[in-house]
Write a protein that binds this ligand. Structure first.
Ligand SMILES: O=C(O)CCC(=O)C(=O)O
Ligand SMILES: [Fe+2]
Length: 353
């Protein structure tokens, strides 16, 4: 009995990709590319090690996140997201929705520090996503640490995208037009409080990310899970010195469905416990359109195409897909700052992004 259990667990563990195997910007070898392609195709969710981001910086980020969530609610509300047309800032637990159901987590959303686009007349609404962040004033090293981590993670993901492009038989530069200049990006610092008496377990409900690639740093609590193609849920517990990387909807579009955006969720910690994570989402230039690459033969034959979900239409126009995700996740921000876009407020099929 025990042996079978052990064998099953071994078979079902998530793959680990070691980015340090790709040295000195030289073309990565076939072994590395094959394992990356396989991980992205079969799971859409994997561990990343050899990324070059120091354990100290990761620990400092988690410490700053902890300091922020330890502030009083009125202090956190000073940077409430409802004040920001750019969807930046704090949301208390229960305010964000996934598929219409409240998530049990509080979070601070931080994007790239960019100026507001002044003259938006005649421009698409998604340009309103660009603008400044809201920073907690009482935490001196917070902004510096967060921006430094954000910067380093962005470089890691840009590099990983070069490898992913090569693994699909494309030029390493295939994603450069989408991510080299000023891609949309978002960092969420997240605190999952312990379960309530009502026993509900939705830390964040099952969802796909609407970006190209996401990267998650988690503390030791666990609770992150990914849905396999056979419908089973597999745990993704923390592993030292690694991040979780997962495929988002834009990469599913780019790969013609060869890489699938992974459905994942977080189960709330038990009562009295809590969990911290930092999730970074790399989108793309808002005014670009995600191309769908034509894949070389052996790959093209094994792709089942882009997922069609009437509740969650995928737009290849990036700004449109990005704004869709933000509006659905934050109907209160949508109602305050984007009311002109709706005849009725979105409510039924809200989807976390
Ligand atoms: O907190 C985590 O580990 C994952 C969060 C997540 O999937 C998301 O915010 O999209
Ligand atoms: Fe996610």
């Amino acid at each position: 009995m025990k042996v079978i259990k052990r064998m099953t667990q071994k078979k079902l563990s998530l793959p680990t990709i070691d980015l340090s195997l790709w040295k000195d910007q030289k073309a990565p070898d076939d072994v590395f590319l094959n394992s990356l392609r396989k991980a992205a195709h079969a799971y859409g969710f994997f561990y990343l090690k050899g990324h070059g981001i120091s354990a100290d910086l990761n620990a400092e980020l988690m410490m700053q996140a902890k300091n922020f969530f330890s502030l009083s609610l009125p202090q956190k509300e000073q940077v409430a997201m409802i004040n920001s047309p750019h969807f930046r800032g704090y949301n208390h637990a229960g305010r964000e929705l996934t598929r219409g159901k409240a998530d049990w987590r509080e979070q601070l959303d931080i994007g790239p520090e960019r100026p507001v686009i002044q003259d938006l007349t005649g421009k698409p609404a998604y340009f309103r996503l660009q603008g400044p962040n809201q920073w907690p004033e009482t935490l001196p090293r917070f902004k510096e640490t967060v921006l430094s981590w954000q910067d380093q993670v962005l470089s890691v993901l840009r590099r990983l995208l070069e490898a992913l492009a090569l693994s699909l038989g494309q030029q390493a530069s295939a994603f450069h037009p989408a991510v080299s200049n000023t891609p949309y990006q978002l960092l969420k610092l997240i605190h999952y409080p312990g379960r309530h008496d009502d026993g509900k377990k939705q830390g964040v409900g099952a969802h796909k990310d609407s970006d190209l690639l996401s990267l998650i740093l988690q503390d030791n609590e666990g609770g992150l899970e990914v849905e396999l193609t056979n419908g089973e849920w597999l745990q993704a517990p923390p592993q030292p010195e690694t991040f979780i990387v997962n495929i988002g909807e834009l990469l599913e579009v780019a790969s013609g469905g060869y890489f699938k955006a992974a459905v994942h969720r977080v189960i709330s910690p038990a009562a009295g416990r809590n969990r911290l994570s930092a999730a970074f989402f790399l989108g793309a230039q808002l005014d670009a359109t995600m191309p769908t690459f034509s894949l070389p033969d052996p790959l093209a034959g094994t792709s089942s195409g882009i997922t069609q979900d009437p509740e969650n239409p995928l737009f290849s126009q990036i700004g449109q897909n990005t704004l869709k995700g933000r509006l659905r996740s934050h109907p209160d921000v949508a109602a305050r700052h984007y009311n002109d876009l709706f005849t009725a407020a979105p409510s039924k099929d809200l989807h976390h992004a």
